[in-house]
Design a protein around this ligand. Structure first.
Ligand SMILES: C[S@@+](CC[C@H](N)C(=O)[O-])C[C@H]1O[C@@H](n2cnc3c(N)ncnc32)[C@H](O)[C@@H]1O
Length: 214
């Protein structure tokens, strides 16, 4: 992994975010693409890869999913766990918080009914990460990958993902064997984003939703 997106980088980033933007972090809801794409799925087992502040994992657990939420940053996991605990045993009992580096951690193969990952941009081998996440989906299960579109301009807050970690949905879909996968959604979707100084801009999510053939 490059120095820039090391564990130390993410720990520092989350410490800063939790310190300077505590209220915003606390109020963050689930990612809109997750709500759209997973809202119609029957709950089962889910992996949230790169869970950050935990809003997606908490949303899934509140809908009855049994969630494994993985992140490299213990600071983010602590914050996520604390937030989940305020929501009661119903939520906390359904989430396992796991500290692991997704560039080396291999989830159990064919295990999860849903594998969801949003905006994780490891500086090393994103294709290999996608392959491991795809392998973790159970037959009949769903893979949801959301990332930054490479055509978006670099952000000015100094935390832009490296260009090589951005991808189109079509590029992500090309990594899936068509004999094993049915592509449900592969498209770019606009999203309104608020920058650190309050300015609004339109960004684009690359959204891949695929179903592993039973
Ligand atoms: C941009 S944030 C997105 C967080 C969350 N998925 C969301 O959509 O709000 C990227 C997250 O991925 C985590 N992350 C980055 N590289 C990772 C790695 N190699 N292994 C595990 N987690 C990683 C970071 O700590 C961070 O929480």
């Amino acid at each position: 992994m490059s120095e820039e997106f090391s564990k130390a980088y993410w720990e520092q980033r989350w410490e800063q975010v939790c310190r300077d933007h505590a209220a915003a972090v606390h109020g963050r809801g689930p990612n809109p693409q997750l709500v759209v794409e997973a809202g119609d799925l029957a709950p089962g087992t889910a992996l949230d890869a790169g869970c950050g502040h935990g809003a997606d994992a908490i949303w899934l657990a509140s809908r009855g999913w049994r969630v494994t939420a993985v992140d490299i940053a213990t600071t983010a996991l602590r914050r996520a766990h604390e937030h989940a605990e305020t929501l009661g045993a119903d939520i906390t009992s359904r989430i396992d918080w796991v500290q692991a580096d997704l560039t080396t951690w291999a989830p159990a193969e064919e295990h999860f009914d849903l594998v969801s990952t949003h905006y994780v941009h490891p500086a090393a081998a994103p294709e290999a990460l996608l392959r491991r996440l795809a392998a973790a989906v159970a037959p009949g299960g769903t893979l949801l990958v959301v990332g930054h579109h490479p055509a978006d301009p670099p952000t000015t807050d100094g935390h832009a993902p490296p260009h090589e970690a951005c991808f189109t949905a079509e590029e992500a879909a090309a990594g899936l064997d068509p004999d094993r996968w049915a592509i449900v959604v592969a498209e770019s979707r606009p999203r309104q984003a608020t920058g650190p100084h309050g300015h609004e801009s339109t960004l684009h999510d690359s959204v891949l939703r695929a179903r592993k053939r039973p």
